[in-house]
Design a protein around this ligand. Structure first.
Ligand code: ATP
Ligand code: MG
Length: 415
């Protein structure tokens, strides 16, 4: 009986030599988690692909769309799975081509991964091609540049037939590149930066600094919305929120106006680095783009960077705002980022921020308040919320839990 399933292609993993099975296993685990709502009956490796099957044998476009959002997936084809009977797979090829939408030309690409199968791939090409020419008399065969390729692949006692495939988000399975802590605001840039490192296989742990209690907590809610939007791709394990308003007031009173932002940022980076060490993360990530705003000049980036020893990844450093905004549409964070909310960055802003900070002045200002006690205190006050869609995330043992409350509404409080 012919059933409908999804075939998952994953080019880049194929290039990874010895690591290949680690990558494939992680992708299978991630797909199981991402596709829970579809209750897949089987997700398994079949000759360089993964197959995703559902119990009633009728995989849907919705299932294919959900698979395409998972990092590591290069392409997804809704395919027919038949036996080795020629009549059955020829009929499936006719159905598949009929469902391929508008096209003028096609070709057949037959493959055999089982050498025990009687027909040679050339004979299969001819057999299926002849049937398709008869079924679609007004369409041309074009073996060099066809609009549609009908693939007929014999493997492990079954034949998979498909004519169309749609691109997935690409990248590598989350969990194959270790953990990173990303500095997340609800602006356009940092959600995109988080998504980009997540797509390259990193398990992301965002940290958001809110202006609470000096501002409302709207920015915290927007950050939760950002993480919810990214959740289907399984890249975020836990969101940390650090109420920073009180400490910012202390900084603003202690240091020269022009250096306030740099001091806030140095504290933020050190808190993020502390959380990263507790989490076993190996890098920090920001959404900075060179020269985009005053705080993102090379001098200021260097003045902030100097506060931490961990590598700081800046995936958007060479991107234009328009490119970042286009990406935010694609990943579903655009509408959230359009909503403005005060966060720690809008609090106690100097009238004239320093754009080319000199390191001696930065270090002098840095020593004018007890930054060590402040960082210590902020780490003690972090709140968090876990996201179960990320199977590669394992919460740190000890270190934080006993001292900390979870982000509301899990506290049951009014927000
Ligand atoms: P974004 O669009 O990501 O908010 P931005 O254009 O507003 O960035 P900046 O305000 O200079 O630029 O922030 C630079 C980076 O610092 C951000 O991309 C983000 O990684 C980090 N950052 C800014 N504000 C916060 C915050 N409230 N909490 C955590 N990280 C932040
Ligand atoms: Mg911002």
């Amino acid at each position: 009986m012919t059933e409908r399933l999804c075939l998952v292609h994953y080019h880049e993993i194929g290039l990874k030599g010895k690591n290949r099975s680690t990558f494939e296993n992680q992708l299978v685990t991630n797909l199981h988690r991402a596709l829970r709502a579809f209750e897949p009956s089987k997700i398994a490796r079949v000759s360089g692909h993964l197959v995703v099957e559902v119990a009633d044998g009728r995989a849907s476009e919705e299932l294919a769309a959900a698979i395409r959002r998972v990092p590591g997936v290069a392409r997804v084809s809704l395919a027919y799975k038949c036996g080795l009977d020629e009549g059955e797979y020829v009929a499936a090829a006719i159905r598949a081509l009929g469902e391929a939408g508008e096209f003028g030309s096609f070709k057949v690409h037959a493959r055999r991964s089982s050498t025990t199968y009687g027909l040679h791939s050339l004979e299969m090409n001819r057999l299926v091609g002849a049937a398709l020419c008869e079924a679609f008399p007004d369409k041309k065969v074009d073996v060099h540049n066809p609009d549609v390729t009908v693939v007929v692949h014999v493997v492990q006692g079954s034949t998979y037939v498909y004519a169309a495939s749609a691109p997935g988000i690409g990248g590598l399975p989350v969990g194959t590149a270790g953990k990173v802590v990303t500095l997340l605001s609800s602006g356009f840039d940092s959600p995109v930066a988080t998504w980009m490192v997540g797509r390259r296989g990193a398990t992301c742990i965002p940290v958001h600094f809110s202006g609470r209690p000096m501002t409302s907590d709207t920015s915290e809610w927007l950050c939760q919305d950002v993480v919810e939007a990214l959740a289907p791709s399984g890249i975020v394990g836990r969101l940390y929120v650090v109420p920073f308003g009180e400490r910012q007031r202390e900084i603003s009173l202690a240091v020269p106006q022009g250096l306030r932002i740099i001091m806030y940022r140095r504290v933020m980076m050190q808190v993020a680095e502390r959380i990263a060490r507790l989490e076993g993360a190996k890098a920090l990530v920001t959404g900075e783009s060179l020269g985009q705003v005053a705080s993102q000049t090379l001098e200021n980036i260097a003045a902030v960077n100097e506060a931490v020893t961990m590598p700081v990844l800046r995936p958007l450093i060479g991107s234009d705002k328009q490119e970042i905004i286009a990406r935010s549409h694609e990943i579903g964070t655009y509408d959230i980022s359009c909503q403005t909310a005060p966060d720690c960055c809008t609090l106690f802003m100097p009238r004239r921020p320093e754009t080319h900070a000199r390191l001696e002045q930065v270090l002098e200002a840095w020593e004018s308040f007890d930054h060590e006690a402040m960082v210590e205190d902020l780490v003690r006050c972090v709140e968090w919320r876990d996201f179960t869609q990320c199977p590669s995330y394992h919460a740190p043992r000890g270190g934080l839990r006993e001292h900390h409350v979870e982000l509301s509404p899990w506290m049951g409080g009014e927000r």
